[in-house]
Structures are given as C-alpha cells and as structure tokens.
Ligand binder design. Structure first.
Ligand SMILES: [Fe+2]
Ligand SMILES: [Fe+2]
Length: 258
C-alpha cells in the first residue's frame, strides 16, 4: 500500500500543507529529520539524485530490532510459564521445550540480534557519539546482561538434555524467572532509549543504508526467512506447552464495586 509505514506518517504530517512546508522546516534547521520527510513525502519529485526511494513496505532497522525483541519476549514468556509450572509440578514441563527455547534464544537472540547487530552497530556508535547522553550510560550494563544471558543459556542447554527436570526444579524455576525478568527490563530500555538514540545519531542516508545492511546480515545468518522461521519455531514451542491460545491469558475482571 502506498500510504503504509513511513510514507503514511509523512503523508499525515505533510499531506495537507505540501512540500513547501517541509522545505520551510528544513530551512529552520532540523535538517536530518526534515530531509527524511522531504525524501519520502508522497508526490515529492525533488529527491536528491543519489538517494534511492525507500520502499514503503521495507522493514527498517529499528522495526527489525523491535520485532526480534518480539521473538525473544515470546521465549521469555515460555520461561516464565515454565517457572510457574516447575514450582507446582516439575514433571509437567518437558525439558525438550526449554532446550528448544534456549537454542532459539542462542541462535536468534545472542548470536544474531545481540552480537551481529546491537554490539556491532548500535552500542559502539552510541558510546562514541553520545558518550554524555543517557543512552550511553546504559551500554555497559546492557553488555553485562548479554554476557549473563549467555551464561544462563549455556546452563539451560546443559540441564535440559535429561528426560526430566529433577530435584533442582525450584532453583531452576528461579533461574528461568530471573533471566526473564532481566531481559524484559533490558529489551524495554533498548526499545525506548537505545534504539531511538541510535536512530537519532544517523543521517537519513546512513539509516537507509543500514536497513539494507541489517537485511543482508539476517540473510547471511539464516537464509531468506530468518524472522519467519523464528516465528514458526517459537509458535511450535508454545504449542507443545499449550500456550498458543492467548485467550487463556485474558485477565480476570476486577472485583465488583461495593
Ligand atoms: Fe541487548
Ligand atoms: Fe535487544
């Protein structure tokens, strides 16, 4: 659809007032933002010659990172649900489901999302260019949490080869819950502080280039359908634990007013 995504937002912002207003914004000084808007405003024919027209349906770099968080959050929900069940009845949790979750978290989260994207592109730029900003203060602890997560994933992989989660189930439940808690906070700060700060540091042309670069990295790592495969894998894990139907998680109503 022509008006989807960024083009749609730009249309809503500039459609009524036209390109002239966009140029005025540019002249007022916010060149990076305004240039992006000019380049993608529907009907604008004054694009710089060296700038390709963004595909309205292209998955941009931050959208890519955030939907990867969606996969990882679904893995964390598996861990959280497993932790609840392990405390009630350890035999009810098949270790295989947790092993597959840890394998997905390793390949899609730790080896790709964290190592190939965040640690290679986002964190170094934020540390270098925004050293005095709020986002830079997060980078060190985010790296510590990546490393702690890898340590915990190693452990989950090592103990889920057995047929059952045995006598250590309560401690294992605490470990899964602790991992989920850490990474929920981690991903939420990245979504709201790190990703916007990183995008702000890039020019429109640099960001556009990185949209393609991230796609290339994903294809090199997983082939054509990395994200779709990850969606399928987490869906299968959820199904094996009867977590597919999200209506079971609709909250109970509040108590009746007195
Ligand atoms: Fe991260
Ligand atoms: Fe992340």
């Amino acid at each position: 659809m022509e008006n989807e995504g960024k083009n749609r937002r730009d249309f809503l912002k500039f459609g009524a007032v036209g390109v002239g207003a966009a140029l005025l914004v540019s002249a007022c000084g916010n060149n990076q933002t305004a240039n992006s808007q000019i380049n993608t405003a529907p009907g604008n024919t004054d694009k710089p010659a060296d700038k390709k027209t963004p595909d309205a349906k292209e998955v941009t770099a931050v959208e890519d990172l955030m939907r990867e968080h969606g996969i990882l959050r679904r893995a964390l929900l598996v861990y959280s649900e497993a932790a609840l069940r392990l405390r009630k009845n350890p035999a009810s949790v098949a270790p295989e489901a947790l092993r597959k979750t840890a394998e997905l978290f390793r390949s899609f989260g730790e080896d790709y999302h964290e190592k190939k994207l965040e640690e290679a592109f986002l964190f170094p730029l934020i540390k270098q260019k925004a050293a005095a900003g709020a986002a830079a203060k997060y980078v060190d602890v985010l790296v510590v949490q990546h490393n702690k997560g890898r340590e915990i994933t190693d452990y989950i992989l090592s103990v889920t080869n057995a047929a059952k989660i045995g006598a250590n189930a309560p401690a294992f439940a605490d470990l899964l819950a602790g991992f989920a808690r850490m990474y929920e906070h981690h991903a939420a700060r990245e979504d709201t502080i790190i990703f916007p700060a990183w995008k702000e540091l890039l020019s429109s042309a640099e960001y556009d280039e990185l949209n393609d670069k991230f796609e290339d990295i994903e294809h090199a790592q997983f082939g054509e359908d990395g994200f779709e495969d990850a969606v399928r894998q987490i869906g299968e894990i959820e199904a094996s634990l009867n977590l597919s139907d999200i209506s079971q998680f609709t909250a109970a109503p509040p108590p009746a007013a007195k």
